[in-house]
Ligand binder design. Structure first.
Ligand code: SF4
Length: 279
């Protein structure tokens, strides 16, 4: 894979900035080769100092490419793989190396998020393994659909999985995300068998994912796994609304408001009633 495409500096940018066509002009065979080898990945953005994507202060790399179509997605510009900028595994690893001491001091680490990072699973494995090898705590933020792409051995260098559980009922999940829920549950059970810690992430959307019975079923499932360190109830927000508009994609939640504190508290209480720690 030619290094010349990756010489652009990796600069910290918010995932809430719209970014498209970062890999414009890259030949299709090069894109395919990157996915096969993992020698190159496609990053939408790269942030430092994040505090919500795993323990401590984190460096977060946001990959491009996602096969889900969540109604509440705040980064629809990450759906297309080629909206990300090509970055070699060497360059990404060296960038991380700059932060390794600081991350240890701040009890933080590195989180690979997206998009869906396992769309580029070879690159994800290589980058997380490299970070782990530097002594950096590693987290993978995933919807879990492609969890079976990673062997048990490849899961080894991943210290924590941030797993999105979006809906319980299969039909609701299909409507909300466009994809089936079963592979995510299979991956969650596998992580439990491996005793791999999970932080569950649940996006709370008024009128869409605020059915307390549904949340109770997710809570019961999660509690039964035995490897859930915490649950983050993430309030829906409209920071990505302009992206849907600028990309010309019909946005089903254009008029939906964020949940109020009472609704957030009630959702957290449902998880707590199942014996989980929820924020
Ligand atoms: S899985 Fe994440 S990136 Fe993909 S559509 Fe859903 S919210 Fe967006």
């Amino acid at each position: 894979m030619p290094e010349m495409r990756t010489e652009r500096a990796i600069t910290a940018k918010s995932p809430f900035e719209l970014r498209v066509q970062g890999a414009r002009g890259m030949p299709e065979p090069d894109v395919r080769m990157a996915l096969v080898t993992g020698d190159m990945g496609f990053l939408h953005s790269f942030t430092t100092g994040a505090t919500v994507d795993g323990p401590g202060v984190r460096v977060v790399a946001w990959t491009s490419g996602c096969m889900w179509r969540c109604q509440y997605c705040h980064n629809p510009d990450t759906w297309a793989l080629t909206n990300g900028s090509p970055v070699s595994i060497t360059q990404a690893s060296e960038e991380l190396r700059k932060y390794r001491h600081g991350l240890k001091v701040m009890s933080g680490g590195f989180t690979l998020s997206g998009g869906e990072p396992l769309m580029q699973h070879r690159f994800a494995v290589k980058l997380l393994t490299a970070a782990h090898g530097m002594g950096i705590h590693t987290a993978l933020d995933t919807n879990g659909f492609y969890g079976d792409r990673l062997s048990d051995e490849e899961l080894g260098p991943i210290d924590l999985v941030l797993l999105d559980l979006k809906a319980w009922d299969p039909q609701k999940h299909l409507k909300l995300t466009g994809m089936e829920v079963a592979p995510t549950h299979t991956f969650a059970k596998r992580l439990a068998a491996l005793r791999k810690p999970i932080w569950v992430r649940y996006v709370l959307v008024p009128g869409v994912t605020d059915d307390m019975d549904e949340i109770g079923q997710i809570a019961a499932f999660a509690a039964g796994l035995g490897n859930i360190d915490r649950v983050d109830v993430l309030p829906f927000h409209q920071m990505g609304k302009y992206k849907w508009q600028q990309l010309g994609i019909p946005y089903p939640l254009a008029d939906t408001r964020p949940p109020d504190n009472d609704l957030i508290d009630r959702a957290c209480d449902v998880f707590r009633a199942a014996g989980l720690t929820a924020y």
